[in-house]
Design a protein around this ligand. Structure first.
Ligand code: MN
Length: 203
């Protein structure tokens, strides 16, 4: 994961082909989202860190956990672009070609699969403007669903990110236009539950 790496950060390749998530997420959206948006966050994070060699040995995770100790204007740049890098790395890794069964040990905590989906969808729809819905873990391993604006990352709130749902318009507008809920319904088909399981066991 890019979260364990340090400056200068590198754009990771997409872990599957650009059309692998069709028809749920279209090829063109994947190309623009990964190759343009994600890359821009990486480039801008590196630009922001360049004049601060004292932080070049910090991992991305360390930068986000200790965000509030960073000097301005680096703090704002890491909040937006460091968050953007971390969140997108996780977002792309935690999708996979359709067909994985939801993890019962997760969905049961939220009242079953339909109820889990409904709570995730409510969080994604309820995020005004840009942001992410998140499945997160607290320091005792308790799971919850939350939404955060822009590229804010749960690490900065003392929470551990498990599963991100990008609800920025750039994630869905080409195919779904204003229908964020339809995009979220599609996203449920392409969650990488194997990755969720591994992350929970390592969290
Ligand atoms: Mn995005």
């Amino acid at each position: 994961m890019i979260s364990d790496t340090t400056y200068p950060f590198q754009l990771p390749p997409l872990p599957y082909s650009y059309d692998a998530l069709e028809p749920y997420i279209d090829t063109k959206t994947m190309r623009i989202h990964h190759d343009k948006h994600f890359k821009t966050y990486v480039d801008n994070l590196n630009l922001a860190l360049k004049p601060y060699p004292e932080y070049h040995s910090w991992t991305l995770e360390e930068l986000l956990i200790q965000l509030n100790q960073l000097p301005e204007p680096l703090r704002t740049a890491v909040r937006n672009n460091g968050g953007g890098v971390y969140n997108h790395d996780l977002y792309f890794d935690f999708m996979a070609p359709a067909g994985q069964a939801p993890l019962k040990e997760v969905t049961d905590l939220f009242g079953g699969e339909e109820s889990w989906k409904s709570q995730m969808k409510t969080a994604g729809l309820g995020q005004f403007g840009s942001g992410f819905a998140w499945l997160v873990s607290d320091s005792f391993g308790g799971l919850s669903i939350t939404a955060l604006p822009n590229q804010d990352n749960p690490l900065t709130q003392g929470l551990y990110p498990i599963l991100p749902l990008d609800v920025w318009e750039h994630a869905y507008y080409l195919k779904y236009q204003n229908l964020r809920g339809d995009y979220i319904d599609s996203w449920f088909h392409i969650i990488n539950w194997d990755a969720v399981e591994k992350r929970l066991n390592g969290a």
